[in-house]
Write a protein that binds this ligand. Structure first.
Ligand code: EPZ
Length: 434
C-alpha cells in the first residue's frame, strides 16, 4: 500500500526498539535547496534527497515553472533549467507547503519578479513573513500583497545591510536566495545558524555564488552575474535522527542512527544524557541505549544550536515516561502544544501555561484513537503509541509522511508493531503547511 493511500496507523505498544535505522536527507535542507536550483543556468544533480510528500510537492512546483527533472534513483535527481519560464508558481501546490515561501527569494533573485501566494497559516501559531518582506524591500524590491498574492518586483536588486529583528530560518534562506545575484555586497545580521542554512550556502557556492559566514550570526554575500550548475549531496536529517533517538529512549532498548553528523545533534545528546540515557557517539553514527528509569528534566527550545523546536513534541512524549515533574518551555513558536490534547487522551498528565507545559510523568500511557495535528506532533503521537499500553489508532497520518521517509517501516525494523490501514473514501489531511 503506497503511503498516499494510508490514512491510519494501528500501533501496538510495549515493544523495546533494537537495531540500526538509516537516516534520510534533511527535509529542511532539501526544501531550501530546490528553490535555489531555479537560479542555476546549467545542469544540477542532487543526491540524498528525501522522498517525502513536501519534497514531491516542491518538485511539482519547480517542474510547473518549466524545470526538466530526471529521477536517477529514489533519492537522486538531475535538473535541467533551460526551459525555465514562469515566476508565478501554482496556487494549489504553493498552499500545501510553507517552504514555498522560498520561491519568493529565488524567483525574485533570478527574474527580478515573483508572484507567490501568501503562505497559509498553520498549527504552530501565526507564521508571519514580515522579516522576509523587510529584507526584500531593503534589497530594492517593491512588495505588494494583492488578492492573496505577494507581488515582488525589482528593476535591479542592490546589496544591502539587513538586521533581522527575529532569528528566522525562513527569512535567512529567502534573503540568501535574493542576494546571491544582487549587485554588490549584502550583509545579513542576526541570522539563523541551522545546519540546513550552511547546506544551502554550500550548494549556492557550488553554483558559483559567494556566500560567507553561514552557520554564524552574520552572513556576507557578494552578488555575482550568473550561477552555473553543480552536484550536491544533501546533509542527513538531524530532526529525523533525533526522532528515532528520542523514540529509543522512550521505548527502551538500543538503537543506532546513521549516517548522521553528531555535531548537529549535540543539544539532543546532552539532554538525553541528563535524563539517564546512555549515548555512544561515533564519527557518523550515534547509539542510544536505555534500560533503567528515566530522570525528569526541564527542556527549553531555542534556535540552533539550542534544543530544536521540531523535537519538542517528541521530548514531551519522552518526559511523560520520566517519573516526576518536568517543564517544557517552547521559545520559538507561539502555539506548538496542540499535541497535548491528543496525549491527554492517552492519559498523559500535562498542564499548559502559555509557553510552558508542566508534565507529571511516570504513569504509563494507554492506547487510544488520536490524530496528528502537524508533522512533528504526528511523529510524537506515533512514538506515544509505541510506549502506551494496548492499541493506538493514529489518524491524519498524511502529516507524518510530509516529513518522514518510511517511518512505519523503519520503526517496525527496530521491533515496533505498526500496521498501516487504508480508509475507503476518506478525505486527505489538510492544513498545517508546516
Ligand atoms: C523553519 O520554519 C522550519 N521549516 C520549521 O520546521 C522549524 O520549526 C522552524 O524553521 C524553526 O526552526 C522549514 O525549514 C521548511 P522561522 P520557519 O521563520 O522558517 C517568527 C518542520 O516540522 N517569524 O525560523 O517558518 C515565527 O513566527 C517545520 O520541519 C517572524 O516573526 O520558522 C516563529 O515564531 C515546522 N517573522 C519564529 O520566528 C518572520 O518574518 C521562528 O520562525 C519569520 C518568522
Amino acid at each position: 500500500m503506497g503511503e498516499d493511500e494510508v490514512q491510519k496507523l494501528i500501533v501496538r505498544g510495549g515493544n523495546r526498539l533494537e537495531g540500526r535505522v538509516r537516516i534520510s536527507g534533511a527535509k529542511n535542507a532539501a526544501l531550501a535547496i530546490l528553490p535555489a536550483v531555479l537560479m542555476a543556468s546549467e545542469k544540477v544533480s542532487l543526491y540524498n534527497v528525501p522522498d517525502i510528500i513536501d519534497v514531491r510537492t516542491m518538485l511539482r512546483i519547480v517542474e510547473d515553472l518549466g524545470m526538466t527533472i530526471r529521477r536517477r534513483g529514489r533519492n537522486s535527481l538531475d535538473f535541467y533549467p533551460s526551459g525555465l519560464r514562469g515566476f508565478s508558481p501554482p496556487y494549489s501546490l504553493v498552499q500545501q507547503i510553507r517552504a514555498s515561501s522560498y520561491l519568493m527569494g529565488s524567483l525574485l533573485g533570478r527574474f527580478g519578479k515573483a508572484a507567490v501566494p501568501v503562505p497559509g497559516g498553520c498549527d504552530l501559531g501565526p507564521r508571519p513573513i514580515d522579516q522576509h518582506l523587510k529584507g526584500f524591500t531593503a534589497l530594492g524590491a517593491d512588495c505588494r500583497i494583492e488578492h492573496g498574492l505577494i507581488n515582488l518586483t525589482a528593476g535591479k536588486l542592490i546589496g544591502a545591510h539587513i538586521y533581522l529583528d527575529v532569528v528566522s530560518v525562513g527569512a535567512t534562506v529567502n534573503l540568501m536566495l535574493a542576494a546571491v545575484l544582487a549587485e554588490g555586497r549584502t550583509v545579513l545580521e542576526n541570522v539563523a545558524k541551522e545546519p540546513e542554512i550552511v547546506d544551502l550556502a554550500n550548494m549556492l557556492n557550488a553554483l558559483g555564488a559567494v556566500v560567507k559566514g553561514a552557520g554564524t550570526d552574520v552572513i556576507k554575500i557578494d552578488g555575482v552575474k550568473k550561477l552555473g550548475g553543480a552536484e550536491h549531496m544533501i546533509i542527513p536529517d538531524r530532526i529525523e535522527a533525533g526522532t528515532y533517538m528520542l523514540a529509543a529512549a522512550a521505548a527502551g532498548g538500543a538503537v543506532t542512527v546513521g549516517e548522521v553528523i553528531p555535531k548537529h545533534l549535540e543539544a539532543v545528546t546532552a539532554k538525553l544524557r541528563e535524563m539517564g540515557v546512555e549515548i555512544e557517539v561515533e564519527p557518523e553514527q550515534i547509539t542510544v541505549s536505555r534500560n533503567g528509569p528515566l530522570i525528569p528534566s526541564d527542556l527549553k527550545t531555542f534556535p540552533y544550536p539550542g534544543f530544536p523546536t521540531d523535537l519538542q513534541p517528541l521530548g514531551m512524549v519522552l518526559l511523560t515516561a520520566a517519573p516526576g515533574t518536568s517543564v517544557i518551555t517552547e521559545n520559538v513558536f507561539e502555539n506548538r502544544f496542540r499535541h497535548v490534547d491528543e496525549l491527554e487522551k492517552m492519559g498523559a498528565q500535562i498542564k499548559v501555561e502559555g509557553r510552558a507545559a508542566v508534565i507529571d510523568g511516570g504513569l504509563p500511557l494507554s492506547g487510544a484513537p488520536v490524530a496528528a495535528t502537524d508533522l512533528r506532533a504526528g511523529a510524537a503521537l506515533l512514538v506515544a503509541g509505541l510506549i502506551a499500553e494496548g492499541e493506538t489508532v493514529l489518524g491524519e497520518v498524511d502529516h507524518i509522511y510530509r516529513g518522514y521517509e518510511n517511518i512505519a517501516e523503519k520503526l517496525n525494523s527496530l521491533g515496533a508493531q505498526i500496521k498501516p490501514q487504508q480508509l475507503r473514501g476518506s478525505s486527505k489531511a489538510t492544513g498545517d503547511p508546516g
